[in-house]
Design a protein around this ligand. Structure first.
Ligand code: NAD
Ligand code: IPM
Ligand code: MN
Length: 352
């Protein structure tokens, strides 16, 4: 097949990990007789430096016309001044909103070869295989009013957590559909004892659940969920939650797998291109050193093949290449290995 993939490498380690994922995609294309065409676009701090904005309308339009978008990461100390008028992260939010990708799938698996890479006890990590479905285009990130002003002579800031019924329904429905093809359990995470948005979320979730009688639904408060994620992570199958909670819980969940650098994500909407990105950031502390773990981005490329290009065999082949590298501990320093970012991909390509 022919496919058009827009690359938005971004800042820090973003370009380093996207370059390796692109090499793997090229290997997939060569082995299976596909043609992948790429265009590359600025996003984040590099776009602010060049254009004064974190994502130009032209770059967004190019991404919207692609079959899929593969992103690295945005941000870094250079653009972190709390007084700055523009921020790298705005580009990412504009891209997610502009693509309408409301459901962010973040799978979390523990590889047996990496049991010692996690700070959690190996017996707790056994059988961990879950996916967090994070609502991505609503909640605190996008609610209005938002911003700073002065009230009674004092600096004042506001962020608004808001959800409509349909925003909740579409993402929860997707979570139930995923659970039907997995272990048939959905854990909906909220803060219904305090937040009105969470009570709406719970009501809608209960209503949607009636359409999926084969799936068990449990509700869990987010503070409890953050504890259970460490105490009994294998008890989860599909976790669905609002934007901010999902952001925080998945960084926590990455420690089950062993490193922030391992977790991929797929962001999907009703139609149009999906957005694929590792869950980690631009990692300024290791940027430029060639030691960033490329696996989260390579696994994101596998999800791109699966969900946007419908190339299941190819996606599985890429995941298998990652599996073999992990098994052999052909890894970067975050996993106790000695390989560089590109050497990890070299290893996978040799086996591919
Ligand atoms: P981070 O995820 O960049 O880094 C957290 C820690 O994990 C660091 O110690 C880092 O070295 C390590 N790490 C992350 N990815 C790794 C990888 N692939 N291999 C090995 N180690 C890895 O979070 P942060 O330092 O809090 O944020 C840095 C910047 O990234 C901020 O500007 C933030 O806004 C941005 N950020 C962007 C995204 C994104 O683009 N999707 C996600 C999170 C944070
Ligand atoms: C992530 C990041 C982003 C988020 C930031 C950089 C806007 O933390 O993708 O997890 O909060 O969604
Ligand atoms: Mn995050």
């Amino acid at each position: 097949m022919q496919a058009y993939i827009a690359l938005t490498p971004g800042d820090g380690i973003g370009p380093e990990v996207v370059a390796q994922a692109q090499r793997m995609l090229d290997a997939v294309a060569a082995r299976y007789g596909h043609t992948f065409r790429y265009t590359t676009h600025l996003i984040g701090g590099c776009s602010i430096d060049q254009h004064g904005t974190a994502l130009t309308d032209e770059a967004l339009a190019a991404c919207q016309s692609a079959d899929a978008v593969l992103l690295g990461a945005v941000g870094g100390p250079k653009w972190d001044d709390p007084n700055a008028a523009v921020r790298p992260e705005q580009g990412l939010l504009k891209l997610r909103k502009g693509l309408g990708v409301f459901a962010n799938l973040r799978p979390v698996k523990v590889h047996h070869a990496l049991l010692d890479a996690s700070p959690i006890k190996p017996e707790v990590l056994k059988n961990v295989d879950m996916v967090v479905v994070r609502e991505l285009t609503g909640g605190l990130y996008f609610g209005s009013p938002k911003g700073e002003d002065v009230v009674n002579g004092q600096a004042h800031a506001v962020d608004t957590m808001e959800y409509t019924e349909s925003e909740v329904e579409r993402v929860v429905r997707l979570a139930f559909q995923m659970a039907q093809n997995r272990k048939k359990k959905v854990t909906s995470v909220d803060k219904a004892n305090v937040l009105a948005t969470s009570r709406l979320w719970r009501r809608v979730t209960n209503r949607v659940a009636a359409d999926y009688p084969d799936v068990t639904l449990e509700h869990m408060l987010v503070d409890t969920a953050s504890m259970k994620l460490i105490a009994s992570p294998a008890s989860f199958d599909v976790m669905v939650t609002e934007n901010t909670f999902g952001d925080i819980l998945t960084d926590e969940a990455s420690l089950l797998a062993g490193s922030m650098g391992l977790l991929p994500s797929a962001s999907l909407g009703e139609s149009g291109p999906g957005l694929y990105e590792p869950i980690h950031g631009s990692a300024p502390d290791i940027a430029g050193k060639g030691t960033a773990n490329p696996i989260g981005t390579i696994l994101s490329a596998a999800l791109l093949l699966r969900y946007s290009l419908k190339l299941e065999v190819e996606a599985a082949a890429l995941e298998n290449a990652v599996e073999k590298a992990i098994h052999a501990r052909a890894c970067t320093p975050d996993l106790g290995g000695k390989l560089s970012t590109s050497q990890v991909a070299d290893y996978m390509l040799e086996q591919f």
